[in-house]
Design a protein around this ligand. Structure first.
Ligand SMILES: NC(=O)c1ccc[n+]([C@@H]2O[C@H](COP(=O)([O-])OP(=O)(O)OC[C@H]3O[C@@H](n4cnc5c(N)ncnc54)[C@H](OP(=O)(O)O)[C@@H]3O)[C@@H](O)[C@H]2O)c1
Length: 285
């Protein structure tokens, strides 16, 4: 009997990877020690040839901007060399590969957003994003079928038994529980996306043409109003302003999603995502 082909997931214990593993019930976790080798290409290619997956979803990365700034060589290895190796393996085996990129690739833009994924980008302002953009270019040059997902900041409740970094939701709930306000800027424009929907939509992305896609929720509110919206949706109408500390940090990572929609993929808006996560976990304070 022929074995059913499975999705191979890198970074399976990470924030996104763990949700991908939960969504694709029979997914296989790519062994971390192969991915973390100083020269990963040979091991990666051998492993993919042996497992014969239907596709690869690559979430492993050094995803912390500060960590990449402190150790650019480590970032280059994890965020450029490793994706190159996985891309080569996928190309040789003629299987689809989806890779996570970031909305940070737009940090070098001089014009105001929202930004399209169908324009040439200037060099981003941090090492992490420079390496993500370089990886997009290098992998797509070699394998035009490769798909990069320019993800927004994502959130979820913590998973039991995982290393859980703070995200928008956990920061906001902490503020709601302690009464210590959460910082949010009126001059900062970006989307935050429920990671469960990020995982669900990967199924359709497995059929999408190669390229780099803006991937996540649209949000037409600044971060201050986004945060207020969340507290109000949580039922904290009267406390919402006291729980949100207005800062001046400026930044614009708004994105447009025409290309994603042409591939038949749609996300809830950021505020719709809030309503969903509050319902999914029956959140109340
Ligand atoms: N989280 C966000 O809001 C966000 C936003 C935009 C884009 N992204 C992108 O989305 C992807 C997933 O992010 P995430 O938040 O899930 O990241 P994460 O929680 O930091 O997990 C990534 C996984 O990568 C593996 N890893 C770490 N360092 C590595 C290294 N040097 N070499 C090889 N593997 C390494 C680790 O797996 P093991 O411990 O099993 O080795 C880790 O669990 C990344 O590409 C990230 O850049 C994330």
């Amino acid at each position: 009997m022929e074995m059913k082909k499975k999705i191979l997931v890198t970074g399976a214990r990470g924030f996104v990877g763990a949700r991908v593993m939960e969504y694709f019930k029979d997914a296989v976790a790519f062994p971390s020690e192969i991915l973390r080798a100083a020269e990963p290409e040979k091991g990666v290619i051998e492993y993919v040839k042996r497992v014969q997956p239907a596709a690869i979803i690559h979430t492993a990365a050094i995803s912390d901007i500060g960590e990449c700034e402190k150790d650019a060589d480590a970032s280059y290895l994890a965020n450029v060399v490793l994706p190159d190796a996985l891309n080569k393996a996928a190309f040789e085996e003629k299987i689809k590969i989806l890779m996570f990129s970031s909305d940070q690739v737009y940090t070098g833009m001089k014009e105001e957003g929202p930004y399209s994924d169908e324009i040439e980008l200037p060099e981003p302002t941090n090492t992490y994003a420079c390496h993500k953009l370089l990886s997009e270019k290098r992998t797509l040059d070699k394998n035009p079928d490769c798909v990069h997902l320019r993800a927004t900041w994502m959130y979820d409740m913590p998973l039991y038994n995982h290393k859980n970094r703070m995200n928008f939701l956990t920061l906001a709930l902490k503020a709601a529980q302690t009464g210590v306000p959460m910082d949010a800027s009126e001059n900062s424009f970006r989307a935050v996306t429920y990671v469960r929907q990020v995982a669900e939509n990967l199924e359709k992305m497995l059929l999408a043409p190669g390229g780099a896609y803006n991937y996540g929720s649209a949000n037409d509110l600044n971060m201050y109003d986004t945060t207020l919206y969340f507290f109000k949706a949580l039922g904290l109408e009267e406390k919402a302003q006291a729980l949100t500390s207005k800062t001046k940090t400026a930044g614009n990572l708004w994105m447009t999603f025409e290309k994603l929609n042409r591939a038949g993929v749609y996300f809830d808006t950021t505020t719709e995502g809030f309503e969903r996560v509050i319902k999914d976990y029956a959140l109340k304070v």
